[in-house]
Design a protein around this ligand. Structure first.
Ligand code: FDA
Length: 389
């Protein structure tokens, strides 16, 4: 046996776990089927990697156990990752809502992780398709291409199936099931939603964005929504998509922050104006026109009954869309669901019933909001396992 820890997956979580464990003197090998490490990091944040969020807290994560992430997140914080980034001379900035991005390129984050692995002596082996994994005599045996590895600790860090075209797979779930661990049904999250044919009018608005508040159940996100030729996207919609279930409505407040009888006020102030131009003061013109058309109030404001304007105002603040699906794993930024947290120690990420087996990152049923939360989970869960494996 030449290794203490085998890590499957050279993504965000796998590389950081490798560096952490190797820095403790563990002999670590990371195996990945891709031709290079950290491919999702490279395409993240539009190529600038939104590597953490200053407002990280466990209530910004979805999981069957909403408290599970708290322990790991509290032991490796955004401040800890920023310290690392600073120590490597990577310049960064806060874009909005606590989201930290590299000033330069996401490649700097991959290089930093690879440098850390090299400095601590962790081997990273790409182009290593993983074959059989067995557990015998206290060791995990992994065959990868022509090579075979054995170690007392095995870390599953192969992520989820979002964006299969860059090599994402559901391998983590197959392996977890092989070891008798429960998997919470994986589903695409942070994903554009599609609208049925009846919503054609809105699909004609493709490319138009507006600051709205989107909600689904109790989850509410005041951010931009974008109309697409297939339905709805933009940060507000991606956020609610993680909470959305088939058959549920996504509600949009097109004029968040407006209170009181503002349409009646507009009627008094501009009786000759049409609803279209009143809405056009606050919303992109084509959107204002589409909403006014849908509301069917073509007359001048002064001729519209107060009751109709009150009803129109209420609808503008709570416009329900009934998506018929999502754009699926092909377009999802993350996978919700995954290896059940009930199977894992929240301190170490080790499987309770299979000592030595760990699961970290997106493979686990912990899914962050949009905005750097998913990488922070990858770092924090990787650190927890890297300190224990
Ligand atoms: P990750 O997917 O990073 O790594 C898994 C590794 O396992 C990969 O290297 C893969 O090749 C390997 N692997 C998979 N199956 C295998 C198999 N069968 N055999 C061998 N190896 C296998 N998050 C965020 O916080 N800020 C952001 O800016 C973005 N931006 C973003 C943009 C886009 C387009 C996407 C798709 C995703 C994001 N994310 C994000 C999400 C973030 O990228 C994601 O949550 C983390 O990369 C998860 O880290 P993991 O290490 O768990 O998986």
């Amino acid at each position: 046996m030449t290794h203490d820890v085998i890590i499957l997956g050279a993504g965000a979580a796998g590389l950081f776990c490798a560096a952490t464990a190797a820095a403790r003197g563990r002999r670590v090998v990371v195996l990945d089927h891709a031709e290079k490490p950290g491919k999702k990091i490279l395409i993240s944040g539009g190529g600038r990697c939104n590597f953490t969020n200053l407002h990280t807290a466990s209530d910004r994560y979805l999981s069957e156990n909403p408290h599970f992430a708290r322990s790991a997140l509290s032991r490796f914080t955004p401040g800890d990752f920023i310290a690392l980034v600073d120590a490597h001379g990577i310049a960064w900035h806060e874009k909005t809502l606590g989201q930290l991005f590299c000033d330069g390129s996401a490649r700097q984050i991959v290089d930093m992780l690879m440098d850390q692995c090299a400095a601590a002596g962790a081997q990273v082996r790409c182009n290593s398709p993983i074959g059989a994994v067995r557990h015998a005599d206290g060791l995990f045996h992994v065959s990868a291409g022509e090579s075979a590895f054995a170690a007392p600790s095995l870390v599953i860090a192969t992520g989820g199936p979002a964006i299969p075209k860059i090599g994402a797979t559901g391998f983590a779930y197959d392996l977890a099931r092989q070891f008798g661990l429960k998997v919470v049904q994986p589903r695409p999250a942070l994903v554009p939603l599609t609208l049925p044919a009846e919503a054609a009018l809105f699909r004609e608005l493709s490319g138009i964005a507006a600051p709205v508040e989107a909600s689904c159940g109790k989850a509410r996100f005041p951010e931009a929504a974008l109309f697409t030729h297939r339905g709805l996207s933009g940060p507000a919609i991606l956020q609610v998509s993680s909470y959305w279930k088939r058959g549920e409505a996504v509600r949009i407040d097109f004029l968040p922050g407006r209170t009181g009888d503002w349409l009646l006020d507009a009627k008094r102030q501009r009786p000759r104006a049409g609803l279209r131009s009143v809405l056009g003061e606050a919303l992109p013109e084509r959107l204002a026109t589409a909403l006014a058309d849908q509301l069917g109030l073509a007359a001048e404001m002064g001729n519209l009954p107060d009751k109709a304007l009150r009803a129109a105002q209420a609808r503008l603040h709570a416009w329900d869309f009934m998506p018929d699906g999502s754009e699926g794993f092909a377009k999802a930024e993350v996978t919700a669901g995954g290896i059940s947290t009930a199977e894992l120690s929240q301190r170490t990420m080790e499987a309770r019933k299979v000592p030595g087996l760990f699961a970290i990152g997106e493979a686990v049923d912990v899914t962050g909001w949009l905005g750097g939360y998913n990488f922070q989970w990858a770092w924090a869960s990787a650190y927890a396992a890297g300190m224990a494996a």
